[in-house]
Unconditional design. Structure first.
Length: 429
């Protein structure tokens, strides 16, 4: 491939990336309410709570925690936006800002690696930014993924320690798992490149983490929420859970109604729905091949070796994490997504597996855009029973499940339960 042809492909792939982001933004902005993601209505609701606290008219029954909380970025951002726009517009604009951040992080990391390849540009939107975590409404963690991508780019470019320290503080407030990944990245980079000042970059975020841990556990560990069921290690249920975690990461989204019948199958029809499931299996296998080849290949320099150690460590951690850790459900899925985001520009793309992976990423991005547009208009759409095994039915989400938060905001009745991992705790009303 000539240099001119490569540049043209990168240009067209970049245009595709921007076009996809713009299309999703258009769907978001055209809808009546913010996206009906599983967790996101709860965060929009809490943004209104935080705006009220800042404006001096706190709502009864909610108390700000007295220690810094990692799951705070979206609440703070939405609360600030509520000063200049209604809550439903703030909720939509915040997701659009996340998509802009995702595009910026991809461009920055691409240039930092020196590998402006066209195939990863095709793969990034569907696999990393518009995936199942996006639909689940894990906005804090998804922002954390973008910031850790910036962190990797800054390390590759040898950016000053003080800027890295500031970025780590920002990552802390997105999500504790993102912050832990940032700590791991800095520690490995220090070890492989012998840059001792990187340890100093950890200090501010580490102090915040210690403050959070002390505040959390001396306050009764309310952030963990109620005790919930988790699969036993070594059991068949745990194995199925881990296989499910891996195969659902790469783009497959199965929306369902409140009876756990598939809205996705209703939208696509039986034939396309089965094609989507087959594509999910193929892209997962292609991703596995690409990652194994990357891990098996001898690194070119200390930077590449550090990336290999970080990605390998994250994959190993993801493999053994249980279903529930400190109030967070399926943390292994998030760790796996972080590993994929960090390794994307280092994968052996010029292979059959690379081309298949990129092509199916585009496929998922587009079919999910269609699904997203339909669900945004009618989140209470009925599903259909496809008669699939229970293990496959578990990879679903319920868009209508949290709409009560939007309804509560419309009515002005602020009495809904909130996440125990949030900035607020619930008190007496």
């Amino acid at each position: 491939m000539t240099e001119t042809t490569q540049a043209q492909r990168v240009r067209w792939a970049s245009i595709y990336f921007v076009a996809v982001i713009a299309a999703y933004m258009a769907v978001i902005l055209a809808a009546k309410n913010p996206p009906p993601f599983v967790d996101y209505p709860n965060w929009v609701y809490q943004g209104v709570l935080f705006h009220g606290a800042m404006a001096g008219h706190s709502f009864p029954g909610y108390v700000l925690k007295h220690y810094p909380v990692p799951n705070s970025t979206t609440t703070i951002g939405l609360g600030l936006l509520n000063f200049v726009m209604p809550w439903h517009w703030a909720g939509k604009v915040w997701i659009c800002l996340y998509l802009v951040l995702a595009a910026a992080a991809t461009r920055y990391l691409s240039r930092a690696t020196g590998r402006e390849e066209w195939l990863p540009l095709l793969a990034f939107p569907g696999v990393v930014f518009l995936n199942l975590d996006f639909w689940y409404g894990f906005s804090n963690f998804e922002i954390g993924v973008c910031l850790v991508m910036f962190l990797l780019g800054m390390l590759l470019r040898g950016v000053s320690t003080k800027w890295i320290a500031l970025l780590m503080v920002a990552i802390f407030f997105t999500h504790m798992e993102a912050c832990a990944c940032g700590f791991l990245l800095l520690m490995v980079w220090w070890w492989e490149t012998r840059r001792p000042k990187l340890l100093l970059a950890c200090v501010p975020a580490l102090l915040l983490t210690m403050w959070y841990a002390i505040g959390r556990f001396t306050s009764g560990n309310v952030d963990a929420g109620p005790e919930r069921y988790s699969h036993a290690y070594g059991s068949l249920a745990f194995l199925i859970f881990k296989v499910n975690t891996y195969f659902k990461v790469f783009g497959f989204v199965n929306a369902s109604d409140m009876k756990e019948l598939s809205i996705t199958a209703n939208i696509f029809g039986r034939a396309l729905y089965l094609i989507v499931i087959l594509a999910a299996i193929v892209i997962s296998l292609a991703g596995f091949v690409l990652i194994i080849r990357f891990l098996a290949k001898a690194p070119k320099d200390s930077n590449h070796k550090a990336v290999r150690v970080v990605v390998g460590s994250l994959l190993a951690i993801s493999l053994v994490l249980p279903k529930l850790v400190l109030g967070t459900e399926d943390p292994g899925a998030r760790i796996l997504l972080m590993a994929i985001a960090l390794v994307m520009f280092f994968l052996p793309w010029r292979s059959t597996a690379g081309r298949v992976f990129a092509a199916l990423s585009v496929f998922f991005c587009l079919v999910n855009l269609w699904q997203f547009a339909v669900v945004s208009r009618n989140p209470r759409m009925d599903g259909v029973d496809m008669g699939l095994p229970r293990a496959m039915k578990n990879a679903y989400l319920k868009p209508a499940g949290a709409l009560v938060y939007y309804e509560s905001l419309e009515k002005g009745t602020m009495d809904q339960p909130i996440f125990w991992t949030a900035m607020f705790s619930e008190g007496k009303r």
